[in-house]
Design a protein around this ligand. Structure first.
Ligand code: BES
Ligand code: MN
Ligand code: ZN
Length: 498
């Protein structure tokens, strides 16, 4: 969905929906809301006076005032002016785009500035938000509300190149996340590991990154016993995707660092012979949400200017059952030589990540982040409000938490103590892939991963609690949401600025 920047007064623009941002509780109106109020001889003030709409963040009111060229005006709450952030603007723009689409409008014009001018940060956030809020997974719908024909962002001043660039980069980031959402929303039947790998190659090609896809013989040569074992029960063979993007500029000092991001790519998780109950299985097409986040990041690369090398690793398999499938009690060997007794074939994500972490070591990376819909237990611990963050590195934890906070993707720190690893030690093999106890399952899973991450600056995000949206809100649409993609973009952007 293109977003066009246009110099115009809100009231002067002919459009299906004119969305105007209104800050909360500011005695006197400002920016677009003030301009609209003047053109409509007080329509905004009148609504505020009723108390029906106060400008609370994401609150909306649909009005039909005189004095505007638009068919209807959607007032969108921005929350208190003092608390206004680009993320709040983004969610407000998303709310406007969703509502415009629901109304069946053809065009949306947004005026979200609260000052005399539109600044680039606001413009970029508005564009990104509109694209995200407009998103729906419609590939299989024959009766979906049609998309909008056009989205515009109105600026009171000239559409300078700087503003236009901000809009373009916001739009591109929004599209990147939508692409990742589409992947995660695609049914398992239509996105098997081979297809996920093909999509990764396509994305790499469009952003000028390189992609290498390891098939079964290649993984056998390397000794990726875990990915091979998880994939063995499926007619659709596993893949291991390696994406590499070179730095686009020199670091200010020292040699070029390397950052590795890893995404769990289980295209469908039946649990294997440790079969999932039916309710637990129905959504498991999104068990490649970690991979989707990594691909969303790669698709966003044109908006970043990174002084470091970025590597994306996607171990991908379909966790199924057949006569060759992995069985409880089987012992497998990870890329790094560790032997693992598979006590539960449903704890397959950590197996894929074990090989990916082993592979990451060859880069001697400066930082490694893995994202995975790893455990149901993380939702038991945290609910749906945040994802679990596991790392021993306080500074790293702070960086990631901060990045997440600023894009509305909350993380909460979870413990990584040796006590958890004790539970993962085996008699038959070095490690068990699943503890005998259910308690603390998100933590024992993280401890298992840490074994393979030793020596690297590493963090694990368990996104099983957040990767699915249950009710439309702000930039989130029901279904798989590619949680983590925007966080990674923000994190790298912050690192690049240092
Ligand atoms: N993909 C699941 C985790 C999951 C559960 C993701 C619910 C999203 C929603 C993972 O592979 C899994 O099955 N984990 C097991 C681990 C257990 C066997 C230790 C789980 O959470 O039950
Ligand atoms: Mn599983
Ligand atoms: Zn899984």
């Amino acid at each position: 969905m293109d977003v066009f920047l246009r110099k115009s007064n809100p009231a002067a623009r002919a459009t299906g929906v004119l969305a105007v941002g209104v800050a909360e509780g500011s005695g006197k109106l400002s920016g677009a809301a003030q301009s609209l109020d003047r053109s409509t001889r007080g329509a905004v003030s009148a609504v505020l006076a009723t108390g029906d709409f106060r400008g609370k963040h994401l609150e909306t009111a649909l009005i039909y005032p005189e004095g505007v060229k638009a068919k209807r005006v959607l007032l969108v709450g921005l929350g208190p002016q003092k608390e206004l952030t680009p993320q709040r603007v983004l969610a407000a723009a998303a709310t406007a785009a969703r509502r415009a689409r629901e109304l069946g409008a053809e065009t949306l014009a947004m005026a979200l500035h609260t000052g005399a001018t539109l600044d680039p940060a606001t413009a970029s956030a508005a564009a990104e938000g509109a694209v995200l809020g407009h998103y729906r997974h419609t590939a299989y719908k024959t009766d979906a509300k049609p998309p909008l024909d056009r989205i515009e962002l109105l600026s009171p001043g000239a559409a300078t190149p700087r503003l236009a660039n901000a809009v373009a980069s916001g739009e591109l980031r929004g599209e990147a996340t939508c692409l990742a959402r589409d992947l995660a929303n695609t049914p398992g039947q239509d996105l098997v590991p081979e297809q996920l790998a093909e999509r990764a190659v396509e994305i790499a090609r469009t952003v000028g990154a390189t992609a290498q896809v390891l098939d079964v013989p290649a993984m056998e040569r390397l000794g990726m016993g875990c990915v091979l074992a998880v994939g063995r029960g499926s007619a659709h063979a596993p893949r291991f995707v390696v994406l590499e993007a070179a730095p686009t500029r020199k670091p200010r000092r020292g040699k070029v660092p390397t950052v590795v991001v890893i995404g769990k790519g289980v295209t469908f998780d039946t649990g294997g012979y440790s079969l999932k109950p039916r309710e637990g299985m129905s959504k498991m097409k999104y068990d490649m949400s970690g991979a989707a986040a990594v691909l969303g990041l790669f698709a966003s690369l044109p908006t970043l200017d990174l002084p470091f090398k970025l590597v994306g690793l996607i171990p991908s398999a379909e966790n199924m059952v057949n006569s060759r499938a992995l069985k409880p009690g089987d012992v497998i060997r990870a890329l790094d030589g560790t032997t693992i007794e598979v006590t539960n074939t449903d704890a397959e994500g950590r197996l894929l990540l074990a090989d990916a972490l082993g592979y990451a070591k060859r880069y001697k990376p400066d930082a490694v982040v893995n994202l995975a819909t790893l455990t149901g237990a993380i939702s038991i611990a945290l609910g749906r409000a945040c994802a679990g963050l596991f790392t021993r590195d306080d500074a790293f934890a702070a960086e990631l938490t901060q990045a997440g906070e600023s894009v509305g993707e909350r993380l909460w720190r979870m413990p990584l103590w040796d006590d958890y690893l004790v539970e993962m030690k085996g008699d038959t093999a070095d490690l068990l892939n699943s503890s005998e106890r259910r308690e603390g399952a998100a933590c024992t899973a993280a401890a298992f991963l840490e074994h393979f991450a030793k020596g690297m600056r590493w963090a694990h995000l368990d996104i099983a609690s957040t990767a699915w949206t249950y009710a439309d809100r702000g930039e989130y649409a029901r279904g798989a949401n590619a949680f983590g993609a925007r966080l990674l973009v923000k994190w790298l952007e912050g690192m690049a600025a240092k």
